[in-house]
Design a protein around this ligand. Structure first.
Ligand code: UDP
Ligand code: MG
Length: 304
């Protein structure tokens, strides 16, 4: 019988963990799927690790990995995949916003030979307007950068062992699981699901965290911002030529613009364009620096 590993990143999920365990165990047992649950405690500050230990002691099919601190959901996903021993591995959230019933559907597609099964959001669930606008913009940019539709993508995926190995072979430290798992190719299929309400605990994402996440992932897949710098330079140069000609003509005609106003405006304009451009280039250099440093994606402190 084949084995399904379910990788579940958990950060401060003490309230949800026992529910997630029982929901998954009962549905997978009734579907007669052989499984293991791999919980990755992403440096929680509550009793998540204790809950994982209790669950693991009660059921040998449950495993836990604990990070030495909070490394973020992406790292947790990769650690879980590295620890998974199944013939296929699914990734899902610990808050049951990804319905376990969809997991069964995905598993059946895997049995039919699909190697990357993605669950796409039919609806996005409850979100504020600001959140909707920002995520809409983010996914439009990402779709352009990655080259395939990301607007309804989620981290809820099921991967064949081959796809898991391919992902783990990618040395990129700041990997974006959602995009990378489509990028690797293989036979892909998708199912739709409705994002459920979170039953307990709270969302771990602040607005700032989401903005940082968006910038990291866009720059991870696109160098368009750097081209923007070049285009800004071209446009400013064109304006410069026109202004230079005008200035010279006026000088000859004896009606040269006088005074500091023009100089101040030009200085401010050029100064800010230059600094923004340096910032963009600096950001990419910082990313190169981080990758070159080669620090690991995560550090594991305990496992069970
Ligand atoms: N998560 C994590 N590390 C983090 C933040 C979140 O492992 O730093 C996990 C969290 O426990 C949950 C999943 O990622 O299982 C999704 O998080 P959340 O529900 O807070 O995000 P949302 O559903 O609001 O996008
Ligand atoms: Mg959630």
């Amino acid at each position: 019988m084949s084995l399904l590993s379910v990788v579940i990143p958990a950060y401060n999920e003490e309230a949800m963990l026992p529910r997630t365990v029982s929901a998954l165990t009962s549905i997978l047992e009734s579907a007669e799927i052989g499984f293991e649950l791999v919980f990755v405690d992403d440096g929680s500050r509550d009793r998540t690790w204790e809950r994982i230990q209790e669950a693991a002691q009660a059921d040998p099919r449950i495993h836990g990995i604990r990070f030495s601190r909070n490394f973020g959901k992406e790292s947790a996903i990769f650690a879980g995949l590295a620890g998974a021993r199944g013939d296929c591995a699914a990734v899902m959230d610990c808050d049951l916003q990804h319905p376990p019933a969809t997991l069964i559907e995905m598993y059946r597609l895997w049995e039919q030979g699909y190697e990357v099964v993605e669950a796409v959001k039919r609806t996005r669930g409850e979100e504020s307007l600001f959140h909707k606008v920002c995520s809409g913009l983010f996914y439009r940019i990402m779709t352009k950068a990655v080259g395939f539709d990301m607007s309804r993508a989620s981290d809820f995926k099921l991967l064949d062992r081959r796809a898991v190995e391919a992902l783990l072979d990618i040395p990129e430290k700041r990997a974006f699981f959602r995009a990378l798992s489509s990028w690797i190719g293989y036979r892909q299929a998708s199912v739709e699901f409705d994002v459920q309400e979170r039953e307990a605990g709270e969302s771990k994402w602040s607005t700032w965290a989401l903005i940082r996440y968006a910038v990291t992932n866009i720059t991870g897949y696109s160098t368009a911002p750097m081209l923007l710098v070049m285009w800004a330079g071209v446009i400013v140069f064109a304006i410069d030529v026109i202004l230079a000609i005008q200035t010279l003509l006026r000088y000859r005609a004896g009606t040269a613009v006088e005074g500091f106003t023009t100089v101040i405006l030009l200085l401010l304009f050029l100064g800010s364009i230059i600094m923004i451009s340096l910032g963009i280039i600096g950001y990419y250099i910082a990313r190169i620096y981080q990758e070159v440093q080669g620090r690991p994606r995560y550090i594991i402190s305990r496992s069970i």
